[in-house]
Write a protein that binds this ligand. Structure first.
Ligand SMILES: [Zn+2]
Ligand SMILES: [Zn+2]
Length: 356
């Protein structure tokens, strides 16, 4: 492999990530992380990508976005090891506090490595738990590592952009940063009556000083590569470009993949790769390369691990033909009905966000 200094990438990892895995038949399992590690090793990516462990962080860091009462409540339930942390999606298990904290620490390590100039890109597949809110867990997420990362990044950078391509709306991240005027928040997600979490309509655009800095791209079930990329190219991309971020945070939930059992978006690994390639190019063009990729949801474990491995290879600038084996066979196509729907959504978004 050739030297890849321009794309020097660090992979933040702790074996404690395995502990964030819900028991029984709960869909959120850290097998996604172990499979990704396996692929990265098999494909020789660790010859080019350095691994570092998160530094220990004080729990006070959580207070950047969570209340003291909530943090204490999680600690108590973590010791007890039972009960529900939300209305029924997120059960407590013994040690869930520590397992959640280390994932936050991973994001902060990623930022530190970029700030110090040791690396241009950083990846923390343990991060991306975007449903957690100030006083509540939600959708398998306990602490909102993304919002904490943004708050920390804002101490150094004037303009921080988040693009969240998880199949679900980033409701926690949105609510924690809704009035924030130093960050641009973009979410591409499935939107449909009764689909979790229910928020993320076009008209949710931020409040106060943050008005206009939240961009929701709600997509109908059945949105495949073609329509998804149209929405990305015509809305997310120009909005990111216009914002001129100093650093980009990319939340790559694997559940927009067509094989996901919980979300009915139909992205293939090729669709994902195209988005990631473009965001990577933007980071080099606008942000001196500064790019942090996190994980997120993903309930087809193998598809999620393949999406993440391919994303990491793209960001690190590694183009081995061996990697092609991780791709799906083919790109996906939306039905004409879905394409028409997405076209209308794009038109509306262009109006709301003044995109020419
Ligand atoms: Zn690069
Ligand atoms: Zn999700």
């Amino acid at each position: 492999m050739r030297p890849l200094l321009a794309h020097k990438t660090v992979f933040v990892w702790s074996d404690l990530y395995y502990n964030y895995s819900f028991p029984g038949d709960h869909p959120f399992k850290s097998i996604r992380e172990s499979l990704t590690k396996k692929y990265l090793e098999q494909k020789g990516l660790f010859h080019e990508i350095e691994q570092v462990a998160p530094d220990p962080v004080s729990e006070d860091m959580l207070l950047e976005v969570h209340s003291r009462e909530y943090v204490n409540q999680i600690k108590r339930m973590s010791e007890r090891g039972q009960g529900m942390l939300d209305e029924g999606d997120t059960p407590a298990f013994r040690g869930i506090f520590e397992a959640s904290l280390v994932r936050v620490a991973g994001n902060l390590k990623a930022l530190k490595e970029i700030e110090s100039g040791n690396f241009v890109h950083a990846v923390n597949i343990g991060g991306g738990l975007h449903h957690a809110k100030r006083d509540s867990a939600g959708g398998f997420c306990v602490f909102n590592d993304i919002a904490i990362l943004v708050k920390e990044a804002e101490k150094r950078y004037q303009r921080v952009a988040i693009l969240d391509i998880d199949g679900h709306h980033f409701d926690g991240t949105q609510s924690l940063l809704y009035q924030d005027d130093k960050s641009l928040k973009i979410s591409m997600h499935m939107f449909h009556p009764n689909f979790f979490p229910g928020s993320g309509s076009i008209n949710e655009i931020g409040e106060g000083k943050g008005k206009g800095l939240t961009v929701n791209i709600p997509l109908p079930p059945g949105t495949a590569d073609d329509a998804y990329l149209m929405a990305f190219n015509e809305v997310a991309y120009p909005v990111l470009e216009r914002f001129k971020p100093e650093i980009i945070i990319l939340e790559v939930g694997g559940d927009s993949h067509f094989g996901d059992p919980l979300v009915e978006l139909k992205l293939s690994t090729m669709g994902y790769a195209e988005v990631i390639k473009k965001v990577h190019e933007l980071a080099h063009r606008l942000s001196e390369g500064r790019l942090i990729m996190t994980g997120g949801g993903g309930y087809n474990y193998d598809a999620t691990a393949r999406v993440w491995t391919l994303a990491i290879a793209e960001i690190a600038g590694i183009k081995e033909t061996e990697l092609d084996l991780l791709h799906d066979c083919c790109s996906t196509a939306s039905t004409p009905f879905v394409i028409e729907k997405v076209k209308k959504i794009v038109e509306k978004l262009k109006e709301v966000h003044h995109i020419s």
